[in-house]
Design a protein around this ligand. Structure first.
Ligand code: HEM
Ligand SMILES: *[C@@H]1O[C@H](CO)[C@@H](O)[C@H](O)[C@H]1NC(C)=O
Ligand SMILES: *[C@@H]1O[C@H](CO)[C@@H](O)[C@H](O)[C@H]1NC(C)=O
Ligand SMILES: *[C@@H]1O[C@H](CO)[C@@H](O)[C@H](O)[C@H]1NC(C)=O
Length: 483
C-alpha cells in the first residue's frame, strides 16, 4: 500500500464514521423531538396560499378536513412565513389556552404590534397582564352590565334602528352601533360629530390590521399608522380633559374612570399613553367581532325561517308584555332562552375568531409529539366547533341543539368562541347582551329580506362580501293588536 492509498483509506473511515454519527444524531433528534406529521409545502410561502384560497370561499373546511384525515387532529403546516403546529383537538386547545404565560405566549407580527401600541392589553405579559385583564373583566361583568351598560345598549340600538330606511347595509349599521356603544362605555360620549370623525379615522386603523402581506410597503398600512396617531391624539385630549375635571371633583361612571383609579406598573397611576393604548385595545377587540356576529346572526336566521319565527315569538311576547316604548331590563334579558341558543349557535357556526396563535416558550411534549421551543402553534376553535364528533350535524345552523343538549355530543371544553385561560375574552358577556338586545329590537320592529345575493368569506376576516344589503320594512306589533 502506498501512502496515497493509506490516506484514502483513512479518509473513507473518517467519512463513514462521520456519516454514521450524523445519521444516528438525526435519528436521536427525531425521536426526542418528534414533530406532528404534516407537510411544510413550498419554501417560504409554505401552505399559506392553500389556506388563503380556502378561506376566501364559503366552504373553507376542506383545508382542515383533508389534513386531519391524512395526519390526525394535530399536524404540522407552514403558514404566514413560519412552520406552525395546527391543533384541531379540544384537549390540546385547552392545554394551549390554560398554559398561556407558562408554556405558550401570544404573539403578533410587528405590523400589528405597531397598530396596537406598546401598552395594549393584547401585548401585555405576566402580572401586569393579569391585573389589567381582571380590571377589564370588572368593567364588563354581569353586575355592571345589569346596572349601567344595558340601558345604554338599549337606547343606542333603538337610536340606530330609528335611522333605518328602505335599504340598509346591515354590516355598516352594526359597526355604527358597536362603535358608538364602545365609545359610550369607555368615556361616556354620546354619538355626535366628534364620535363620527373619530370613527372615520378609526376605520382606517382597522383596515391596517388586515393588510397581512408586506405591510410596510402597503399604502393602506401607512394610512393606518397615520390614522392611529390621530385617533390616539383625539383620545389623549379626552383623557387630559377628564383628568382636569377629576381634579375639580367631577366623576363619571365609565371605563376611563376605572383606569384613573387603577394602579400602573410601579403602583402609581397609569400614564396618559398607557390609558390611550388600553382604550384602543378595547375598541379594536370589540368592534369587528361584535358587529360581524350581529350581521351573521341575521343571515343565519333569514336562511332558517322556522328559527326566525321561534325567535320572533319569544321577543313579541316580551314586547307585548312591556308595551311599545319601555326599555329592556335585566329581567327581560334573562327571559330570552331561545335567543341565547341562537347566540351560541351563531358563535359556533360563524367562528369570528377561528382560533388563536401562540408561540412555544420551551420544548413542549403533547400527545406523543414535541413542539420545539420558538415554534408557532395555532389552536383552531373552528375545527372543533365544526367537528361531527363533537356536534351532531355540526355544519348545520340548529339553535335547538342548545335547548335539549341533544345536539351536543361531548359537552365540556369543546365550545370556546371566546377562547379560554388567562386571555379569555373579557367582553364575552357584553357581546352576548349587545347581540340579544339588537335582535330584540330588530325582530319586533322590522321585517326584512336580503336585497341581493351575498357571500360569506373567512379571509382576511369573517365577513359578508357585500356587507349584507337588505330591504327593510317597519312593522308595529301594536298596530296589529289594535286591529
Ligand atoms: C362576538 C364577539 C367577540 C368574540 C367572538 C371575541 C373573541 C375573543 C377571543 C377568542 C379572544 C381571545 C384571544 C386570545 O386568546 O389571544 C378575545 C380576547 C379579547 N377580547 Fe373579545 N370577543 C368578542 C367581543 C369582545 C368585546 C365586545 C370586547 C370589549 C370589551 C372584547 C375585548 C377583548 C379583549 C380586550 C381581549 C384581549 C384579552 C387579553 O389578551 O387578555 N371582545 N376575544
Ligand atoms: C363586577 O365588578 C365590580 C367592580 O367594577 C365589582 O364591584 C363587582 O363585585 C363585580 N361583580 C361580579 C359579579 O363579579
Ligand atoms: C353612530 O356613529 C355613526 C358614525 O360615527 C353615526 O353616523 C351614527 O349616526 C351614530 N349613531 C347611531 C345611533 O348609530
Ligand atoms: C352557551 O354557551 C355557554 C358557554 O360559552 C354556556 O355556558 C351556555 O350554557 C350556553 N347557552 C345555552 C342556552 O345552552
Amino acid at each position: 500500500m502506498d501512502t496515497i492509498n493509506i490516506f484514502f483509506y483513512l479518509f473513507l473511515c473518517v467519512l463513514t464514521f462521520l456519516i454514521l454519527r450524523a445519521t444516528t444524531a438525526i435519528h436521536l433528534r427525531r425521536r426526542k423531538t418528534q414533530l406532528p406529521p404534516g407537510t411544510l409545502g413550498l419554501p417560504f410561502v409554505g401552505e399559506t396560499l392553500q389556506l388563503i384560497c380556502a378561506y376566501k370561499t364559503e366552504n373553507p373546511e376542506p383545508f382542515i378536513d383533508d389534513r386531519v384525515s391524512k395526519y390526525g387532529n394535530i399536524f404540522t403546516t407552514h403558514v404566514f412565513g413560519e412552520p406552525t403546529v395546527f391543533s384541531a383537538d379540544p384537549e390540546t386547545n385547552r392545554f394551549i389556552l390554560q398554559n398561556e404565560g407558562r408554556l405558550f405566549e401570544s404573539s403578533y407580527p410587528a405590523s400589528i404590534q405597531n397598530l396596537l401600541g406598546r401598552h395594549s392589553l393584547l401585548l401585555m405579559r405576566g402580572t401586569l397582564h393579569k391585573r389589567m385583564h381582571s380590571l377589564t373583566m370588572s368593567f364588563a361583568n354581569s353586575s355592571i352590565l345589569k346596572d349601567h351598560l344595558l340601558a345604554d345598549i338599549d337606547r343606542l340600538v333603538r337610536l340606530n334602528l330609528d335611522s333605518w330606511t328602505a335599504r340598509v347595509l346591515l354590516m355598516e349599521e352594526a359597526k355604527k352601533i358597536t362603535f358608538n356603544l364602545t365609545v359610550k362605555q369607555l368615556m361616556s360620549f354620546d354619538p355626535c360629530e366628534w364620535t363620527e370623525n373619530l370613527m372615520k379615522e378609526y376605520m382606517l386603523v382597522i383596515e391596517g390590521f388586515f393588510t397581512i402581506p408586506l405591510p410596510f410597503f402597503s399604502s393602506t398600512y401607512r394610512k393606518a399608522i397615520q390614522a392611529r396617531r390621530k385617533v390616539a391624539e383625539a383620545l389623549g385630549l379626552v383623557v387630559r380633559e377628564r383628568r382636569k375635571e377629576r381634579e375639580g371633583g367631577e366623576q363619571k361612571n365609565d371605563m376611563l374612570e376605572a383606569l384613573f383609579e387603577g394602579d400602573g406598573v410601579e403602583g402609581g397611576g397609569f400614564s396618559d399613553e398607557e390609558i390611550v393604548d388600553f382604550m384602543l385595545a378595547l375598541l379594536v377587540a370589540g368592534y369587528e367581532t361584535t358587529s360581524t356576529i350581529m350581521t351573521l346572526a341575521v343571515k343565519f336566521l333569514t336562511e332558517t325561517p322556522h328559527a326566525l319565527s321561534h325567535l320572533k315569538e319569544e321577543h313579541e311576547e316580551i314586547r307585548l308584555r312591556k308595551g311599545e316604548v319601555k326599555s329592556l331590563l335585566w329581567e327581560d334579558y334573562k327571559s330570552m332562552p331561545f335567543t341565547q341558543c341562537v347566540v351560541n349557535e351563531t358563535l359556533r357556526i360563524a367562528n369570528i375568531i377561528s382560533g388563536v396563535f401562540r408561540r412555544a416558550m420551551t420544548d413542549i411534549s403533547i400527545k406523543g409529539y414535541t413542539i420545539p421551543k420558538g415554534w408557532k402553534v395555532f389552536a383552531s376553535f373552528r375545527a372543533v366547533h365544526l367537528d361531527h364528533e363533537h356536534f351532531k350535524d355540526a355544519r348545520t345552523f340548529d339553535p335547538w341543539r342548545w335547548q335539549s343538549n341533544t345536539g351536543l355530543i361531548s359537552s365540556s371544553n369543546v365550545f370556546t368562541p371566546f377562547g379560554g385561560g388567562p386571555r379569555r375574552c373579557p367582553g364575552y358577556e357584553l357581546a352576548r347582551v349587545e347581540l340579544s338586545v339588537f335582535l330584540h329590537h330588530l325582530v319586533t320592529r322590522f321585517i326584512w329580506a336580503p336585497a341581493e345575493p351575498d357571500k360569506l368569506v373567512f379571509f382576511p376576516t369573517t365577513r359578508m362580501q357585500k356587507r349584507y344589503p337588505m330591504i327593510v320594512q317597519h312593522r308595529s306589533l301594536f298596530d296589529l293588536c289594535k286591529k
